[in-house]
Design a protein around this ligand. Structure first.
Ligand code: ADP
Length: 215
């Protein structure tokens, strides 16, 4: 499958993307994960992106497009991909359209995860993420806790709160989302690709995505 997952921070894009990769071997491409790994490794990209990310702002479109142009042409994308956190702005969506036409690929669908704001806020403040860059398993202290010592159940690394998960940064991320990313729903509606799913259960969302792309 070749799909884009749209939705506010905390809507469940990462969790749903991971579940979908288990289904047909499509790769999950998360620009947030790519950027966080670059920040940790202190690469040139990471140093450029870090400030924007910690403030909860978007990193410049040009940086993201350079990453994605290379990433989408790597061999593992031949089986399909699930874009999680990209595109995030109208210019990114327009550039993606040009890029996909250039490499001869069509999207199957754009899935919009529609989750109420109070649920989003609660999820973001209770989220913990495995600090091991190769794992990045997602936990929630209420519904899916790590070990009692706060360790990842898969790899044993500490499960931590991200630097952009303070109340200030979360508020900023939600404002940025409403202003810059929410307009993408109308963009993809016009392209005839949009499917909005308003479920709070990841299993239910995955079932609906599968049903919509195998039709
Ligand atoms: P979330 O969806 O939970 O906000 P992500 O992990 O997708 O978090 O992204 C974290 C941060 O990385 C964003 O707040 C932003 O600074 C940056 N980022 C990720 N993807 C993009 C993108 N496509 N365009 C611009 N900035 C991005």
């Amino acid at each position: 499958m070749r799909i884009v997952l749209l939705g506010a921070p905390g809507a469940g894009k990462g969790t749903v993307a991971k579940m979908l990769t288990d289904f047909d071997g499509s790769v999950q491409i998360s620009t947030g994960d790519i950027l966080r790994n670059a920040v940790k490794a202190k690469t040139k990209l990471g140093l450029e992106a870090q400030g924007y990310m910690e403030r909860g702002e978007l990193v410049p479109d040009k940086l993201i497009m350079d990453i994605m142009e290379a990433r989408l042409q790597e061999p593992d994308c031949a089986k399909g991909f699930i874009l999680d956190g990209f595109p995030r702005t109208i210019p990114q969506a327009e550039d993606l359209k040009v890029l996909l036409a250039k490499i001869g690929i069509k999207l199957d669908a754009v899935i919009n995860l529609d989750v109420p704001k109070d649920v989003i806020l609660d999820r973001l403040t209770t989220r913990r993420t495995c600090s091991n860059p190769d794992c990045q398993e997602i936990y929630n202290i209420k519904s899916k806790p790590p070990s009692p010592e706060g360790k990842c159940l898969k790899c044993g690394s500490p499960a931590v709160q991200r630097a952009d998960e303070t109340v200030e940064a979360i508020t900023q991320r939600l404002e940025t989302y409403n202003e810059k990313t929410a307009p993408l729903a109308a963009f993809y509606e016009k392209e005839g690709l949009l499917k909005t799913i308003a479920s709070l259960s990841s299993e239910e969302i995955v079932a609906q995505v599968k049903a919509s792309i195998t039709k």
